[in-house]
Design a protein around this ligand. Sequence first.
Ligand SMILES: [Zn+2]
Length: 364
Amino acid sequence: MLREVNRRYFLKAVQGAKIKKDTPYEIQCNCPLCGDKKYRLHLYHNKQKNIDLVHCFNAGCVLDSPMTFKRALPYLNPSLEEAYKKETLMEIISNSYIKEDNPLKSLLQKKKSAVADTGIDFLHFFRDCKKSKRCLEYLKKRLKWQSKDDFSRDFQILGNVYYNGKKEETRFFEHSSEKDKKHYVKDSIIIPIRDKGREVGFYSRALEDRRFSTFLLPDIPKFWKNCPVSEMQIVTESIFDSVSTGFENIGAMLSADTPPEISPPENCIVAFDNDKTGFEKLYKEIENTISGKGKYKRFFIWPYSFRGVVIEEKDFNELLQRLVEIEKMPRKEVLRFIKEMIEYNTEENAIKAFLKLKEKGVKI
Ligand SMILES: [Zn+2]
């Protein structure tokens, strides 16, 4: 049988053309492309391949060899293409966005139709990370937990965190208009991305190598936050960095910049990494702000040192690790130290600092 969405868009695309036949398996009409008047354009279902094909039997027509409806649509009516993609995307995602060979597949199938509306039901795919010793060990090491308070504070910020084990590989397929992305999640920690109370994606990070990936349902901006955007105090590049800043209301870009849908409040600080790419992004962002296009007003610029501590690390999480591990500072104090460093620095008005640098002819 023809797919409902294909039938609907085909009829839209040939609107005005005379139709001779319209059955659940085939539509036959005049071809608006080659001016055919003998009903030689067909949309039909190929049962063997389970696809819907378009074919105009008028030699010389652009559609004179069979092609999938998806490929034929831009010829028939390019203005419908985007709406069609969006509709089929949602259909594909809610039907197949997860895994072929997961032992939980039967469970997933029951749940799949609800996915697009309600978000991802993580416990169907993963385990609560608090039940995994290895996972807790990883977080403890990474975030330098020293007490139960540290543990509680970080989980309050991160929310539910999940885990999938060494033997379980879960594949997520993300379909987008440009490219289908595959995500293989194995032996990883999974931090959900929320939007309007729903869990709509996740950031995954492997425990033993540096593999990571970000999976999102369609139309969800690539951004992690633990609070409403209007309450965000700081935005960093990665989630673990924002947890290491000492701020409670945090966001993480998970990529090169903040998506257009996210508008941080005026007092929100943006802090890029302390490395070459981080500086480049920082200066670009400051330039944007100066020219009125930028979305941030407060910037963090890494100092060479703060309160006698030389800062060489490339991000806040590395700094937290060094100060706790090597300098033997209590974690609570380190978080206060980092927070003060960030606030002190931005009060100096980063834009002025930047302009001064430019005046001096410093190349950026
Ligand atoms: Zn034709």
